[in-house]
Write a protein that binds this ligand. Structure first.
Ligand code: SAH
Length: 364
């Protein structure tokens, strides 16, 4: 296994771009184009630091070289298909096509408190079939490459820049399960994190997992400051298995053991995502059970309002969410009630793709 610190961002970027252009390696591409090392550096910087979207705009290169490069390489492995902004202008959702036509989504969130967050995908589709999730309902297509993952962040950052905003945070909470595409995700993190390039600090990046235990164990050994979020959604196995089939493979006790080891190894706080579904997991006894489960100091629960999909669930009421939070607070468990963003544009995981499919059906 390559540790994140040993992943060299510029090499990851160039070997990806070279492969997309049909070369075996970055070296082969550089040799074919007569590119010297410093040129590779200049182009990498222009693309990842200055967020240039076209070779013609890289002014440190000669016009000839720019043309040459544009004929062989692309600066992005993803193409924007659709972009929708919510009425309150806080949320913009993007649907991208990968080179083979598979579709993935990303979201830009302009928080009122000043943060600007990108939410990106790690797989085209998802194999985990969580009952409440639109992505799972659509099935799994394939893993994304490190560059496909990273290029979403570049696109979202460029879009934020149009509004004079800089990205402050990034979450792996779009389509897919990051820990089932571990290496590509860690390579993309190295790219995001590169001080010479995209330069987003590790503490501002969060990886969210449905509970892939071997992934959590590996991640604990990375020695990085990236945040870990666990999609828990239920405090007991019967309930959780009903919502998330992955719980059969790694039940709550196994999951919590891995999280405990992660906390011991990193001394970092763990975030728990808890989707609030009316009458399913929002009862006072669920809150009490959840508090009992989360022993120890380093945790924070995010209580998330459900975004409607085709699944037969309803969003918990604000009163139920407050009651749930009160019980957690009484038991010393810190939590935040997340407000919904992008409700009117179906901004939850996998929903835009489903929307596009429905519209295509209607049109056809
Ligand atoms: N597979 C990873 C990351 C992608 S999902 C994971 O499970 O954590 C990101 C988050 O969105 C998860 O917490 C997921 O449970 C949540 N989510 C999925 N569908 C949702 C919906 N309809 N409404 C609100 N949150 C949803």
């Amino acid at each position: 296994m390559t540790k994140t610190q040993e992943r060299v961002p510029r090499d990851i970027w160039w070997s990806g771009r070279a492969r997309e252009a049909g070369f075996d390696s970055a070296e082969a591409a550089a040799a074919a184009l007569g590119l010297q090392r410093y040129r590779l550096e200049q182009i990498y910087r222009a693309a990842t630091k200055e967020l240039v979207d076209d070779f013609s705009a890289i002014s440190v290169l000669s016009t000839d070289l720019r043309k040459h490069l544009a004929a062989r390489f692309k600066l992005s492995s993803i193409a924007l298909e659709r972009e929708v902004t919510s009425k309150d202008v806080q949320t913009t959702k993007f649907l991208f096509a990968l080179a083979d036509g598979k579709e993935v989504e990303a979201v830009l969130m302009r928080h009122r408190e000043g943060r600007t967050t990108a939410c990106i995908s790690s797989q085209a589709g998802c194999a985990l079939k969580c009952d409440f999730c639109a992505t799972g309902q659509g099935g799994f297509f394939r893993n994304m490459t490190a560059l496909e993952i990273f290029d979403q962040a570049v696109h979202v950052a460029r879009r934020a820049r149009q509004d004079k905003l800089g990205l402050t945070n990034l979450v792996f909470m779009g389509m897919g399960e990051p820990f089932l595409n571990y290496d590509a995700v860690m390579d993309s993190v190295a790219l995001l994190n590169d001080g010479q390039g995209f330069n987003l600090g590790a503490r501002h990046i969060t990886i969210s997992t449905a509970g892939v235990v071997p992934g959590i164990e590996k991640f604990a050994k990375e020695g990085v400051q990236i945040n870990l979020a666990i999609s828990l959604h239920a405090p007991d196995d019967v309930l959780r298995t009903g919502l998330m089939p992955i719980n059969k493979k790694w039940p709550i006790a196994t999951l919590m053991e891995a999280v405990k080891e992660y906390v011991a190894a990193t001394n970092r706080k763990v975030f728990y995502e808890y989707l609030m579904l009316a009458g399913v997991n929002d009862r006072p006894e669920d809150a009490r059970q959840l508090a009992d489960l989360l022993g120890g100091p380093l945790h924070h629960v995010n209580l998330i309002p459900y975004n409607a999909t085709d699944a037969p669930y309803r969003r918990a009421t604000p009163a139920a969410m407050r009651r749930f939070q009160d019980i957690l607070r009484e038991r010393g468990v810190p939590s935040t009630i997340r407000h919904t963003m992008g409700d009117d544009i179906a901004a939850a995981c996998g929903q835009l793709r489903v929307d596009a499919l429905t519209q295509a059906h209607k049109a056809g």
